[in-house]
Design a protein around this ligand. Structure first.
Ligand code: PGA
Length: 249
């Protein structure tokens, strides 16, 4: 009942020539059986959305402001993302929590704005290495879930990405039991807070060093509904096999 989602997070990578990767991706997946989303830097959203207009590939932002408009130099609202052609946004990525001091509260008010603007809202959670080593992973995740997710959500719009910080861009990946434990925990928490209807329809992505060689194994874990992919989403040749692994999961 949950449509799987392969999401790419380009982070601060890509100028005009990178749009060719989106064209290649669209060409490789004219009729995918999973949702495909790419979140390029904000400067490329409008051009990317135009290029992908008649394709099944969706475009998203990597952050948004909590307000609709106003005196917030350098910021972009959820409405602006939508206007530029985005249909989704990533919020609370660990790099934003670290680089911009985003707290669970910040993420929650941004998420409220994103949901109100009709965007698919991907909220990221994940523990640091020291938190995992201290066996605090589930406590950290529980706090991030209760603090970062607004009260009013729909199962179709909300997506949670579990991204252990120590696995991002490092080539290290938790074993499948560890991923399964956290995803099962997240599912239970969502069901408890929002009821089983909503809780069961929220998609849960795993993120952190997902690549073609480990995707199938990760996608076989219960309650993994897809991936949030950083480095391996930059090139169509790397992202495409991950999409295919999800299609055959
Ligand atoms: P990675 O990044 O795939 O390069 O590890 C994932 C992410 O930060 O979303």
């Amino acid at each position: 009942m949950r449509r799987k989602l392969a999401a790419g997070n380009w982070k601060m990578n890509g100028t005009g020539p990178a749009l060719a990767q989106l064209e290649a991706l669209a060409k490789a997946h004219p009729d995918p059986s999973v949702d495909i989303l790419v979140c390029p830097p904000a400067t490329l959203i409008d051009r990317a959305a135009r290029i992908l207009r008649d394709t099944p590939i969706a475009i998203g932002g990597q952050d948004c402001h909590a307000e609709t408009t106003g005196a917030h130099t350098g910021d972009i609202s959820a409405e602006m993302l939508r206007d530029a052609g985005a249909t989704a946004v990533i919020l609370g990525h660990s790099e934003r929590r670290a680089d911009h001091g985003e707290t669970n509260e910040t993420v929650r008010i941004k998420a409220r704005a994103a949901l109100q603007a009709g965007l698919v809202t991907i909220i990221c959670v994940g523990e640091s290495l020291s938190e995992r080593e201290a066996a605090n992973t589930l406590d950290i995740i529980a706090g991030q879930l209760s603090g970062s997710i607004p009260d009013l959500v729909t199962g179709e719009q909300l997506v949670i990405a579990y991204e252990p910080i120590w696995a991002i861009g490092t080539g290290k990946v938790p074993d499948t039991n560890e991923i399964g434990e956290v995803h099962g925990f997240i599912r239970t928490r969502l069901e408890r807070r929002f009821g089983t209807g909503v809780g069961r329809s929220v998609r849960l992505l795993y993120g952190g060093s997902v690549k073609a060689s480990n995707a199938a194994e990760i996608f076989a874990v219960p309650d993994v509904d897809g991936a949030l992919v950083g480095g391996a989403s930059l090139k169509a040749d790397d992202f495409s096999p991950i999409v295919e692994a999800l299609e055959s999961a």
